[in-house]
Design a protein around this ligand. Structure first.
Ligand SMILES: CC(=O)[C@@H](O)[C@H](O)COP(=O)(O)O
Ligand SMILES: NCC(=O)COP(=O)(O)O
Length: 247
């Protein structure tokens, strides 16, 4: 069964609009987990406009202290030395390496792994030494799945922004077949497959029906918007229903 990991960046973004402590990032994490989410994702950026470093420490403490059954904690980001320190101190289960420039509004492309092969190989090895699973954010390009295996990553995360963009267009199945090819190459190379970015209640089940072996989806923006309508608990349940609908 595909794990649903909730990205709390947009909860933090709303909280950051004022000098207050609500909505609470840890509080929303608790509601999400109680409703059946299997994991929590954060993507702390250097300017702290979304999740702050302090949120990452608080979430790490809470998940270790209060949850006995496994809850997967996933930290996403560009591996600066500051990011590597944060990860070393908070010990997430999974680190997702994303090639974001600090000025980017949001993640909008995957790694060109061959162009940074040596450095990424070293980063992956350092994260493995801390016992973190390592996932690398990639476009729907089969060669990148092979390159991810070569740098010894454990998983790829398919960047699904382009899938969202084509969902109501005529070329949807053509684009989706490239995602499927990339996921097949990853699977054959022994890698797990995650997916994320702009997945939503319209497009999630269709994606998972095409690639049913996806290990995990991380969803934040659309799910937080849906939580304004259904409540966080109701939104999580709606997404879990879509995941179940794939089979
Ligand atoms: C890697 C990825 O696609 C997500 O982390 C995305 O960057 C969401 O973050 P924001 O919601 O902060 O844009
Ligand atoms: N890795 C993708 C993620 O965490 C959430 O992306 P989005 O649903 O906020 O677009």
């Amino acid at each position: 069964m595909t794990v649903l990991s909730i990205n709390l960046n947009k909860v933090a973004l709303l909280r950051n609009q004022r000098d207050v402590d609500y909505p609470s990032v840890t509080g929303m994490a608790r509601i999400a987990l109680h409703a059946g989410a299997g994991g929590i994702t954060v993507h702390p950026r250097p300017d702290e406009r979304h999740t702050r470093r302090s949120d990452v420490y608080e979430l790490a403490d809470m998940l270790k202290r209060d949850y006995s059954s496994p809850v997967e904690f996933n930290i996403e980001g560009y591996p600066t030395e500051d990011f590597m320190d944060l990860v070393a101190e908070t010990k997430p289960d999974q680190v997702t390496l994303v090639p974001d420039h600090p000025d980017q509004k949001t993640s909008d492309h995957g790694w060109d792994i061959p162009a940074q092969r040596e450095w990424l190989t070293e980063i992956v090895a350092r994260l493995h030494a801390q016992k973190a699973r390592v996932s690398v954010f990639v476009d729907h390009v089969p060669e990148m799945a092979l390159a991810a295996a070569e740098i010894r990553a454990d998983r790829i995360e398919l960047y699904t922004g382009p899938y969202f963009e084509c969902f109501f267009r005529d070329d949807r199945e053509q684009v989706l077949s490239l995602y499927k090819n990339t996921a097949e190459v990853a699977r054959k190379a022994g890698l797990g497959v995650n997916a994320g970015h702009d997945l939503n209640l319209d497009n999630l089940a269709h994606f998972l029906r095409a690639i049913p072996w996806v290990d995990e989806v991380s969803i934040g923006h659309a799910l937080t918007a849906d939580a304004l309508i259904y409540g966080m608990d109701g939104a999580i349940k709606a997404y879990l229903k879509e995941i179940a609908r794939k089979s």
